[in-house]
Design a protein around this ligand. Structure first.
Ligand SMILES: Nc1nc2c(ncn2[C@@H]2O[C@H](COP(=O)(O)OP(=O)(O)O)[C@@H](O)[C@H]2O)c(=O)[nH]1
Ligand SMILES: Nc1ncnc2c1ncn2[C@@H]1O[C@H](COP(=O)(O)OP(=O)(O)O)[C@@H](O)[C@H]1O
Length: 204
Protein backbone atom coordinates (compact mmCIF):
# COMPACT_ATOMS: atom_id res chain seq x y z
CA UNK A 1 0.00 0.00 0.00
CA UNK A 2 1.64 3.19 -1.17
CA UNK A 3 0.65 6.52 0.24
CA UNK A 4 2.02 9.96 0.67
CA UNK A 5 4.82 10.33 3.19
CA UNK A 6 4.28 11.81 6.61
CA UNK A 7 5.05 15.47 7.17
CA UNK A 8 6.73 15.66 10.56
CA UNK A 9 6.93 19.15 12.02
CA UNK A 10 9.44 19.48 14.85
CA UNK A 11 9.50 22.54 17.08
CA UNK A 12 10.90 23.35 20.47
CA UNK A 13 12.79 26.12 22.22
CA UNK A 14 16.26 27.07 21.11
CA UNK A 15 18.75 24.76 22.84
CA UNK A 16 16.23 22.04 23.75
CA UNK A 17 18.07 19.55 21.54
CA UNK A 18 16.18 19.42 18.23
CA UNK A 19 19.37 19.10 16.19
CA UNK A 20 20.89 16.58 18.59
CA UNK A 21 17.81 14.35 18.59
CA UNK A 22 17.45 14.57 14.82
CA UNK A 23 21.10 13.62 14.33
CA UNK A 24 20.71 10.66 16.70
CA UNK A 25 17.75 9.37 14.65
CA UNK A 26 19.85 9.61 11.48
CA UNK A 27 23.04 8.16 12.99
CA UNK A 28 21.31 5.16 14.56
CA UNK A 29 19.01 4.66 11.56
CA UNK A 30 15.99 4.71 13.89
CA UNK A 31 13.62 5.38 10.98
CA UNK A 32 14.15 6.81 7.51
CA UNK A 33 13.17 10.38 6.70
CA UNK A 34 14.25 13.29 4.54
CA UNK A 35 15.25 16.50 6.27
CA UNK A 36 13.95 19.70 4.74
CA UNK A 37 16.76 22.27 4.90
CA UNK A 38 15.47 25.68 5.98
CA UNK A 39 16.55 29.06 4.70
CA UNK A 40 17.85 31.64 7.17
CA UNK A 41 19.41 35.08 7.29
CA UNK A 42 21.39 34.30 10.45
CA UNK A 43 25.11 33.70 10.14
CA UNK A 44 26.44 30.12 10.20
CA UNK A 45 27.82 28.85 13.50
CA UNK A 46 31.26 27.24 13.42
CA UNK A 47 30.86 23.83 11.83
CA UNK A 48 27.50 24.54 10.19
CA UNK A 49 27.41 23.74 6.49
CA UNK A 50 25.49 25.75 3.87
CA UNK A 51 22.88 23.53 2.20
CA UNK A 52 23.02 20.94 5.01
CA UNK A 53 22.21 22.76 8.24
CA UNK A 54 20.57 25.73 6.53
CA UNK A 55 20.64 27.64 3.29
CA UNK A 56 22.39 30.75 4.61
CA UNK A 57 21.15 33.70 2.56
CA UNK A 58 21.10 37.50 2.56
CA UNK A 59 18.04 39.46 3.65
CA UNK A 60 17.54 40.43 0.00
CA UNK A 61 17.52 36.81 -1.17
CA UNK A 62 15.11 35.90 1.64
CA UNK A 63 12.69 38.66 0.63
CA UNK A 64 12.91 37.45 -2.96
CA UNK A 65 12.04 33.90 -1.81
CA UNK A 66 8.98 35.28 -0.01
CA UNK A 67 7.88 37.32 -3.05
CA UNK A 68 8.37 34.40 -5.44
CA UNK A 69 6.23 32.11 -3.25
CA UNK A 70 9.18 29.78 -2.61
CA UNK A 71 8.42 29.35 1.09
CA UNK A 72 5.81 27.14 2.73
CA UNK A 73 6.10 29.33 5.81
CA UNK A 74 8.52 31.85 7.27
CA UNK A 75 8.99 33.82 10.41
CA UNK A 76 11.26 36.29 12.14
CA UNK A 77 12.89 34.82 15.23
CA UNK A 78 15.02 37.00 17.57
CA UNK A 79 16.24 39.28 14.77
CA UNK A 80 16.61 36.84 11.85
CA UNK A 81 14.38 35.29 9.21
CA UNK A 82 13.81 31.54 8.90
CA UNK A 83 11.66 29.74 6.33
CA UNK A 84 10.87 26.37 4.77
CA UNK A 85 11.36 26.01 0.99
CA UNK A 86 8.12 24.50 -0.28
CA UNK A 87 9.31 22.74 -3.47
CA UNK A 88 11.45 19.98 -1.94
CA UNK A 89 8.88 19.24 0.79
CA UNK A 90 6.03 18.68 -1.68
CA UNK A 91 8.24 16.62 -3.99
CA UNK A 92 9.55 14.31 -1.27
CA UNK A 93 6.08 13.76 0.21
CA UNK A 94 4.70 12.91 -3.23
CA UNK A 95 7.49 10.34 -3.57
CA UNK A 96 6.15 8.67 -0.43
CA UNK A 97 9.01 9.77 1.80
CA UNK A 98 8.56 11.00 5.34
CA UNK A 99 9.79 14.56 5.61
CA UNK A 100 10.96 16.32 8.75
CA UNK A 101 10.79 20.09 8.89
CA UNK A 102 11.88 22.30 11.76
CA UNK A 103 9.99 25.48 12.49
CA UNK A 104 9.34 27.77 15.41
CA UNK A 105 5.81 27.88 16.81
CA UNK A 106 4.59 30.61 14.44
CA UNK A 107 5.83 28.71 11.42
CA UNK A 108 4.13 25.57 12.67
CA UNK A 109 0.81 27.40 12.83
CA UNK A 110 1.13 28.35 9.15
CA UNK A 111 2.04 24.78 8.21
CA UNK A 112 -0.98 23.50 10.14
CA UNK A 113 -3.24 25.79 8.06
CA UNK A 114 -1.68 24.75 4.76
CA UNK A 115 -0.98 21.08 5.47
CA UNK A 116 -3.33 19.92 8.22
CA UNK A 117 -2.25 16.27 7.82
CA UNK A 118 1.14 17.08 9.34
CA UNK A 119 2.26 15.52 12.60
CA UNK A 120 3.20 18.32 14.99
CA UNK A 121 5.74 17.42 17.65
CA UNK A 122 6.94 19.82 20.33
CA UNK A 123 10.23 18.95 22.02
CA UNK A 124 10.40 20.32 25.55
CA UNK A 125 13.20 20.63 28.08
CA UNK A 126 12.73 18.93 31.47
CA UNK A 127 12.70 22.51 32.90
CA UNK A 128 13.82 26.02 31.95
CA UNK A 129 16.96 25.91 34.08
CA UNK A 130 18.17 22.87 32.12
CA UNK A 131 17.38 24.72 28.89
CA UNK A 132 19.51 27.67 30.02
CA UNK A 133 22.40 25.33 30.91
CA UNK A 134 22.18 23.61 27.51
CA UNK A 135 22.37 26.93 25.67
CA UNK A 136 25.35 28.00 27.78
CA UNK A 137 27.02 24.64 27.28
CA UNK A 138 26.56 24.84 23.49
CA UNK A 139 28.42 28.14 23.66
CA UNK A 140 27.25 29.46 20.29
CA UNK A 141 25.36 32.54 21.53
CA UNK A 142 26.21 35.46 23.83
CA UNK A 143 24.47 35.68 27.21
CA UNK A 144 22.28 38.48 25.80
CA UNK A 145 21.09 36.33 22.93
CA UNK A 146 20.59 33.39 25.30
CA UNK A 147 18.33 35.54 27.49
CA UNK A 148 16.30 36.53 24.40
CA UNK A 149 15.93 32.87 23.44
CA UNK A 150 14.85 31.88 26.98
CA UNK A 151 12.21 34.64 26.90
CA UNK A 152 11.03 33.23 23.58
CA UNK A 153 11.01 29.69 25.07
CA UNK A 154 8.59 30.77 27.82
CA UNK A 155 6.19 32.14 25.19
CA UNK A 156 6.56 29.05 22.97
CA UNK A 157 5.77 26.66 25.81
CA UNK A 158 2.61 28.62 26.57
CA UNK A 159 1.26 28.01 23.04
CA UNK A 160 2.23 24.37 22.67
CA UNK A 161 -1.43 23.32 22.84
CA UNK A 162 -1.42 23.67 19.03
CA UNK A 163 0.79 20.56 18.76
CA UNK A 164 -0.23 16.91 18.59
CA UNK A 165 2.58 15.53 20.76
CA UNK A 166 4.92 16.77 23.48
CA UNK A 167 8.19 14.91 23.87
CA UNK A 168 10.50 15.65 26.82
CA UNK A 169 14.16 15.67 25.88
CA UNK A 170 15.50 14.48 29.24
CA UNK A 171 17.86 12.00 27.64
CA UNK A 172 18.42 11.83 23.90
CA UNK A 173 17.62 8.09 23.94
CA UNK A 174 14.21 8.70 25.56
CA UNK A 175 13.32 11.50 23.15
CA UNK A 176 14.31 9.36 20.16
CA UNK A 177 12.22 6.41 21.47
CA UNK A 178 9.15 8.61 21.90
CA UNK A 179 9.46 10.16 18.46
CA UNK A 180 9.85 6.69 16.93
CA UNK A 181 6.68 5.56 18.73
CA UNK A 182 4.77 8.57 17.37
CA UNK A 183 5.95 7.99 13.81
CA UNK A 184 5.12 4.28 13.96
CA UNK A 185 1.64 5.01 15.29
CA UNK A 186 0.96 7.75 12.74
CA UNK A 187 1.85 5.38 9.90
CA UNK A 188 -1.05 3.12 10.85
CA UNK A 189 -3.54 5.77 11.94
CA UNK A 190 -6.83 5.00 10.25
CA UNK A 191 -7.22 8.46 8.76
CA UNK A 192 -4.02 7.87 6.77
CA UNK A 193 -4.64 4.33 5.58
CA UNK A 194 -8.41 4.27 5.10
CA UNK A 195 -8.24 5.10 1.38
CA UNK A 196 -5.89 2.14 0.77
CA UNK A 197 -8.29 -0.25 2.48
CA UNK A 198 -11.29 1.14 0.61
CA UNK A 199 -9.42 0.59 -2.66
CA UNK A 200 -8.54 -2.96 -1.61
CA UNK A 201 -12.21 -3.79 -1.05
CA UNK A 202 -13.45 -2.03 -4.18
CA UNK A 203 -10.87 -3.71 -6.41
CA UNK A 204 -11.69 -7.20 -5.16
N1 LIG B 1 9.55 29.40 11.01
C1 LIG B 1 10.68 28.71 10.92
N2 LIG B 1 11.46 28.57 12.00
C2 LIG B 1 12.60 27.84 11.86
C3 LIG B 1 12.98 27.23 10.65
N3 LIG B 1 14.16 26.57 10.84
C4 LIG B 1 14.49 26.76 12.13
N4 LIG B 1 13.55 27.52 12.76
C5 LIG B 1 13.48 27.95 14.17
O1 LIG B 1 14.22 29.14 14.35
C6 LIG B 1 14.65 29.21 15.71
C7 LIG B 1 16.14 29.55 15.78
O2 LIG B 1 16.89 28.55 15.11
P1 LIG B 1 18.47 28.55 15.24
O3 LIG B 1 19.01 29.93 15.11
O4 LIG B 1 19.03 27.50 14.33
O5 LIG B 1 18.72 28.15 16.77
P2 LIG B 1 18.59 26.74 17.52
O6 LIG B 1 17.16 26.31 17.49
O7 LIG B 1 19.08 27.10 18.89
O8 LIG B 1 19.52 25.77 16.83
C8 LIG B 1 14.31 27.86 16.35
O9 LIG B 1 13.08 27.99 17.05
C9 LIG B 1 14.12 26.97 15.14
O10 LIG B 1 13.23 25.89 15.40
C10 LIG B 1 12.12 27.40 9.52
O11 LIG B 1 12.34 26.91 8.42
N5 LIG B 1 11.00 28.15 9.72
N1 LIG C 1 19.10 15.16 26.23
C1 LIG C 1 20.15 15.98 26.38
N2 LIG C 1 20.86 15.96 27.51
C2 LIG C 1 21.91 16.81 27.68
N3 LIG C 1 22.34 17.70 26.76
C3 LIG C 1 21.66 17.76 25.59
C4 LIG C 1 20.54 16.91 25.33
N4 LIG C 1 20.07 17.18 24.09
C5 LIG C 1 20.86 18.17 23.59
N5 LIG C 1 21.83 18.50 24.49
C6 LIG C 1 22.85 19.56 24.34
O1 LIG C 1 22.16 20.81 24.40
C7 LIG C 1 22.73 21.75 23.48
C8 LIG C 1 21.64 22.25 22.52
O2 LIG C 1 21.27 21.19 21.64
P1 LIG C 1 20.88 21.46 20.12
O3 LIG C 1 20.66 20.14 19.49
O4 LIG C 1 21.86 22.39 19.50
O5 LIG C 1 19.47 22.23 20.33
P2 LIG C 1 18.48 22.93 19.29
O6 LIG C 1 18.77 22.36 17.93
O7 LIG C 1 17.12 22.60 19.77
O8 LIG C 1 18.76 24.38 19.42
C9 LIG C 1 23.88 21.05 22.78
O9 LIG C 1 25.09 21.42 23.42
C10 LIG C 1 23.57 19.56 22.99
O10 LIG C 1 24.74 18.79 23.02
Amino acid sequence: MAHKGLLLVLSGPSGVGKGTVKNAIVKNKVFPFEYSVSMTTRKPRPGEVDGKDYFFVSEQRFQEAINQGELLEYNEYVGHHYGTPVGPVKKMLAEGKDVLIETDVNGARTVREKMPDGVFIFLTPPDLHTLHLRLEHRGTESEDVIMGRIREARKEILVMQDYDYAVVNDTVANAVDHIKAIVDAEHVSVKRVIDDYRKMVEEE
